[in-house]
Design a binder for this molecule. Structure first.
Ligand SMILES: NC(=O)c1ccc[n+]([C@@H]2O[C@H](COP(=O)([O-])OP(=O)(O)OC[C@H]3O[C@@H](n4cnc5c(N)ncnc54)[C@H](O)[C@@H]3O)[C@@H](O)[C@H]2O)c1
Length: 359
């Protein structure tokens, strides 16, 4: 099979869909890998590194002409003309928040498998997990920076200092991203509260942090009460495949302290606050009432050397299976890969995505 790896085009997106080691494994299985010239540079891989493992270097058209295209982020509008019926696309898609891309994939008849809905026998989302971990850790670093005065914030240090109270950090959604956010916030000395609808998740925080982290059931009243006193809120809720529930209202945001920061990690699924709008690394923040909102849809793109390797570690076994068996057979043989199938034969086939798009 011919496998194409394009250069990512999203703002400040320096990750790449495959590392040279992945090329070597695919070539060993008899496949041909075409890398767009320069695609790996932002992650520290030169064309020569790929060529030395058996890849050929091509243009944007060359890679999109392949049978299977593996990339990181969802195609942007300028890439829609490359979509076609006999193409298998394997990348993040987040279609619940992307009706135009959904239409382009359906019209083209592309077989589109979304990283974020592929499942595992452990019951998690193995291709979302590493990026959620990175976004979760970055969210607190970013929030801490935005609370400082030179960044336009109120001038607060996350962990406080002897005689001065720490900042209140509230994490809404204590899954993979939320857990990493809690870990970094606790490490920096903040006063951390986590809200989730899953009591078992909250119990695990109680045990792990021995009561140092406050855990509270996620209800509208509890969110209202916590946000009134929060200087940094991390939004990290997820209902897999679906549009993120808007658990934080405009009223909640308006009640927050002046200069408070909201990092809405869930923006790739539409965002979990009523005011969330997608932003980019070039222009990451906007104001809403007293709050600075940060809603970058590709946060791990800021740490490409870490993120590319972490992602490639998880995606490669699926890419090898797709290449060795062909998409139809691989999807039949592997229920976890099949859970990633979002669009096939001119139709959206993932139930949660269908519901989210009102189809
Ligand atoms: N912006 C980015 O660059 C970026 C990067 C990676 C991941 N993400 C996104 O981060 C989000 C979180 O991903 P994850 O892997 O941590 O998901 P996850 O499934 O591990 O965790 C989601 C958590 O949200 C909780 N939840 C669901 N509804 C809730 C509600 N009403 N109130 C409170 N909690 C609720 C769930 O119980 C779960 O614990 C996803 O939207 C994911 O796509 C964004």
């Amino acid at each position: 099979m011919r496998i194409g790896i394009p250069t990512e085009l999203k703002d400040n997106e320096r990750r790449v869909g495959m590392i040279p080691d992945g090329v070597a494994q695919l070539v060993k299985h008899g496949h041909e890998v075409v890398i767009q010239s320069g695609a790996g540079e932002g992650s520290g891989y030169l064309d020569v590194d790929y060529v030395s493992r058996g890849a050929t270097i091509g243009t944007q058209k060359d890679v999109w002409d392949c049978d299977l295209v593996v990339k990181v982020k969802e195609p942007i509008e300028s890439e829609y003309p490359f979509l076609r019926e006999d193409l298998v696309l394997f990348c993040y898609l987040h279609l619940a928040a992307e009706p135009e891309l959904t239409r382009a994939l359906v019209d083209a008849g592309t077989t589109a498998i979304a990283f974020e809905t592929v499942t595992s026998a452990r019951g998690d989302l193995p291709l979302l997990t590493p990026m959620s971990e990175i976004a979760g850790r970055l969210s607190v670093q970013t929030g801490a920076q935005l609370l400082t005065a030179p960044a336009g914030g109120p001038g607060m240090l996350l962990g406080g200092i002897a005689g001065v109270a720490p900042v209140n950090v509230t994490v809404v959604g204590g899954g993979v991203a939320g857990a990493q956010a809690v870990d970094v916030a606790v490490g920096l000395g903040a006063q951390v509260t986590v809200l989730d609808i899953n009591t078992a998740t909250l119990r695990a925080f109680n045990q792990r942090y021995e009561g140092k982290v406050r855990t509270i059931a996620s209800t509208p009243d509890n969110i209202a009460e916590e946000l009134r006193r929060s200087h940094l809120v991390i939004g990290s809720v997820l209902v897999p495949g679906a549009k993120a529930p808007k658990v934080v209202t405009e009223e909640h945001l308006r009640s927050m302290p002046e200069g408070a920061v909201v990092v809405d990690i869930a923006i790739d699924q539409g965002g979990c606050t009523a005011a969330s709008q997608p932003t980019s690394h070039s222009n990451p923040i906007f104001s809403f009432g007293p709050v600075t909102m940060y809603c970058v849809t590709n946060m791990p793109g800021a740490a490409p050397k870490t993120a590319t390797i972490a992602l490639a570690n998880e995606t490669l076994p699926f890419v090898v299976q797709l290449a060795n068996q062909g998409a139809e057979q691989a999807l039949q043989n592997n229920i976890h890969l099949k859970a990633g199938l979002n669009v096939a034969q001119h139709e959206v086939v993932h139930e949660a995505v269908k519901d989210a798009l009102g189809l």
